[in-house]
Design a protein around this ligand. Sequence first.
Ligand SMILES: Cc1cc2nc3c(=O)[nH]c(=O)nc-3n(C[C@H](O)[C@H](O)[C@H](O)COP(=O)(O)OP(=O)(O)OC[C@H]3O[C@@H](n4cnc5c(N)ncnc54)[C@H](O)[C@@H]3O)c2cc1C
Length: 511
Amino acid sequence: MNKDLDTALVWFRRDLRADDQAALYHALRHARRVWCAFIFDTELLAGLPRQDRRVEFIRDSLIGLDAQLRALGASHGTEHSGLIVRHGHGADEIVRLARQLHVQAVYLNHDDDPAALARDARVRGALAQDGIALHASKDHLVFERNEVLSGAGTPYSVFTPYFNAWLKKLDDYYLSAYPVARHAASLAPVPDDLRQPVPSLEALGFETTNLHQLKLPTGPAGGQALLEEFLAERIDRYDATRDFPAVKGPSYLGTHLRFGTVSVRQLAREAWRRTQAGSSGARVWLSELAWRDFFQQILFHHPRIVEHAYRPEFDHVKWEKGKHADALFAAWCEGRTGYPLVDAAMLQLAQSGYQHGRLRMVTASFLVKDLGLDYRRGERWFALKLNDYELASNNGNWQWAAGTGCDPQPWFRIFNPVSQSKKFDPQGRFIRRYLPQLAKLPDDLIHAPWLAKPVDLEAAGIELGVDYPLPIVDHEEARQKTLARFEVVKEAKAAKAAARAAKKALAAGVD
Ligand SMILES: Cc1cc2nc3c(=O)[nH]c(=O)nc-3n(C[C@H](O)[C@H](O)[C@H](O)COP(=O)(O)OP(=O)(O)OC[C@H]3O[C@@H](n4cnc5c(N)ncnc54)[C@H](O)[C@@H]3O)c2cc1C
């Protein structure tokens, strides 16, 4: 194919792989010489704690990406075709680099988080001043933005019809991989003055975490290893196992999806193939990938949800505030609520940056409906701690749990943390893993130790309030308080309906 450009630069951000990568493919297809860059963005890094598993994950993954790019270049006889890595203000650095390399175009993949959209718009403007084009592609979702709309041409706000339309649209075109390797002859050697190894964590101002003690392999190779294991061992039983935190059921691919070290098209292709062959596990797993798309398009169409409830009437809810609320929040964060499943889940998050999907629902519900705290506090805590943190999925799911979102769990449906524990961790295997002090309690008592007789507690070697906290709230009392707290929603809804009726009457000229 005749190339229409001489030079181009690919800006990697949340797409840290060289295979099936949309921006890289388009750049290689259109330009004779292509460079690849990643920028450790000081603006983003500044807000993070100095020990952050995600920074370490990215840093390690860049080494894998650099190796992939070198190997691709080498397969076409090009030496030193690796990744250019910079550390600075993201938007400024990429423009500087584009100028320094005298490229005609910059290629990148969409990032639809509102702050990223604003940044990319600034970059586009700055590049345009130098006559450099910016080309952006979809890469990290199966369907994005306006690709799945209702018959009326509007975005969906309920998942089931969205998923039906999503499935209907799914075909080989959307699932096929970008054949990057076919065009890799365009990868250019990195100029000597830009050739530097990926900076160390220390050079970036960060410290080593326990990432390598976790079973979370990094980089594109790590993503493939996890995927292969999941496909070979678990996907077909995903529907039956996904709710049980003591069981190795899910894929653990969230962090790889977040940073694009795996291609979502590859995942969806594998799940779709198995779905068509009759695997119910694969179908449910495919629907999880669609949830991810769903929440991302919700955020794209309603960026106000970053700060506000999706349903405006829920902005009237008065959450607990003050010292006592702060103490409840600290107990939740630190796994000291006295509810073993909630505490074990919060310790899992603190120790690994992962929390099992079912437990995210339990801990989120507990924060909002048992502690009466603003869901945004929990959302921010997860944003700080989750390795797979995604603004759209985190916000969407928190609002789902709080009952404030699109297609939410109804606000009056309140999870009972003890029933959830009995149902999804019946033998307390997960609880025992994170709360060894409760290990000797029998299965039927481990879910609510405060109900155990003194003799049972003594036999298990537990003094409540010393070895393990007493519950910080009474679930039944909390439930009643929550139902009362949310009454305001009904009032706000009724007031809105009355205002609408009055407006209609006025328009019709009725007194
Ligand atoms: C309160 C709360 C907060 C959450 N925050 C996040 C978050 O910040 N980032 C995130 O990726 N997921 C989030 N989830 C969704 C879900 O819990 C995780 O994606 C999943 O548990 C990650 O584990 P896994 O990679 O083994 O996923 P699997 O169960 O193997 O699922 C595969 C992939 O599908 C996607 N997925 C699964 N469930 C959902 C869902 N409900 N919504 C959106 N995508 C989903 C994820 O990308 C996930 O990696 C949250 C859920 C809740 C209830």
